[in-house]
Design a protein around this ligand. Structure first.
Ligand code: ZN
Length: 84
């Protein structure tokens, strides 16, 4: 999905800017994945690895499935409307 990849890139870019400005201090805040509840990462590299992990891919896929199901239901409703 091109859209979600772009979102991940934007998210990582935002985070990298944040780290660079606070580089002198040790970051106390842990990195959290918005899609995986209970996830926390020490570094941006760990987060990047996490994005490729089965755990994250499964969670991302579930989010996408919900979105696609909504689209399909909407199409069914629309086609049913036009058929009648
Ligand atoms: Zn995740």
């Amino acid at each position: 999905m091109k859209i979600s990849n772009t979102r991940i890139d934007e998210f990582l870019e935002d985070y990298e800017e944040d780290v660079q400005t606070k580089k002198e201090k040790k970051p106390e805040k842990k990195i959290l994945c918005t899609k995986c509840k209970g996830s926390s990462f020490e570094s941006n590299d760990d987060l990047r690895k996490h994005f490729k992990s089965d755990w994250h891919i499964e969670n991302a896929r579930r989010c996408t499935d919900v979105f696609i199901n909504k689209l399909h239901n909407k199409k069914k409703l629309e086609s049913g409307f036009f058929d009648s």
